[in-house]
Design a binder for this molecule. Structure first.
Ligand code: FE2
Length: 346
């Protein structure tokens, strides 16, 4: 794979690329529109999971931006279904709303776009807690109960990455099953939900999923507060310089894939800061390449087409095709980049 920009030290070459991006603005927009999920176009699901009627968790919105993720609602809208080797999703919650304690079979990473959040680890959230703010990132390893609550005063949005094309099923803490019983949602043994309160019935041949057993709970990992803090990269944190880090006006910091958070995820995560007029010139990449705009206004060039993107937007570049980014705003642009990591699991 080659993540290296095609031009890092040739100023005339960069100028030609900059001009090329401008002239491409009038070309066909079909590819770009199909590969950008704008924040304003996100379609929420209010009943993606077994806990979505339980008081305290009933106001959460779940988004499947790339891939179906671990949604338990087969009717949930998936914005881009093309397999990437990882799934991109989102959670939007009002103040006080909690996503219940659960565990995953693959890595789960959250990037805080907006709001103040507390992540709690343990069956009841009693093991370790950490508070995150916009620009912070947390990577929670497999096989540990985690939940998260909006502890701020405004609605907040988390952008999330789950490893693998099929990240498996959610393992809920036993209490989640107990609390959901009263509200008519039943999780079946195939991982899908049935809403008895709306008149649906359990289909023939299906059975409710047994609540998580004490043995399953005992098999999960438990984290100390210090171990949890090691899973967090704060906004502005330093780290290894990424492939784009030598470009003028561009800071590229690797958050996951080397340095402190180097355990196997199946994907790498970097944070890029592009100064006004800064450019990531045209280059290609062989794997999945997804970007999230945290702040600023950026013109992206996707396979010869250009489009402007802004805060909350997600972009996926097709493999083996030229892509470029240019800050066209007055302020710094901050972006998160998720790319395939083909290294074998340790
Ligand atoms: Fe999760």
């Amino acid at each position: 794979m080659s993540a290296q920009p095609s031009s890092t030290d040739n100023r005339p070459e960069r100028a030609r690329e900059r001009n090329s991006m401008v002239t491409n603005e009038t070309t066909r927009p079909q590819i770009a529109s199909a590969r950008i999920v704008r924040y304003g176009d996100l379609r929420p699901c209010f009943n993606a999971f077994i806990d979505t009627r339980t008081p305290g968790s009933d106001k959460k919105e779940n988004f499947t931006i790339i891939g179906p993720g671990v949604s338990e609602n087969p009717a949930q809208h998936v914005h881009i279904s093309e397999p990437h080797g990882f799934n991109i999703g989102g959670a939007r919650q009002p103040p006080g709303c909690t996503n219940s304690q659960h565990s995953h079979e693959t890595a789960e990473v959250f990037f805080v776009h907006s709001g103040q959040w507390r992540f709690d680890l343990g069956e009841h959230g009693e093991d370790a807690s950490v508070e995150l703010n916009p620009g912070d990132l947390i990577s929670i390893p497999t096989g540990v109960f985690r939940g998260f609550t909006n502890i701020g005063t405004d609605t907040g949005f988390l952008w999330a990455v789950l490893g693998g094309d099929d990240p498996g099923r959610v393992l809920w803490a036993p209490k989640v099953f107990e609390m959901a019983k009263e509200y008519g949602l039943v999780l079946l043994d195939d991982g899908s939900l049935v809403d008895l309160a709306s008149g649906d019935a359990i289909p023939p041949g299906k059975a409710p999923m047994p609540p998580t057993s004490r043995d399953q709970v005992a098999a999960l990992s438990r984290f100390t507060p210090a171990e949890l803090e090691a899973c967090v990269a704060r906004a502005g944190a330093s780290g290894p310089k990424g492939a784009m880090g030598s470009l003028p006006g561009v800071a590229d910091t690797v958050l996951i894939g080397s340095g402190r958070m180097n355990w196997h995820h199946g994907f790498k995560v970097s944070k890029l800061v592009i100064e006004p007029s800064g450019v990531v010139p045209s280059h290609e990449f062989t794997g999945a390449d997804v970007w999230f705009v945290q702040s600023g206004t950026v013109e992206v060039s996707i396979a010869g087409e250009s489009a402007k993107v802004g805060p909350g937007d997600t972009i996926t570049f097709p493999a083996n095709s030229p892509r470029a980014l240019r800050n066209v705003g007055q302020a710094r642009a901050e972006l998160v980049c998720v790319r395939t990591d083909n290294r074998a699991a340790a």
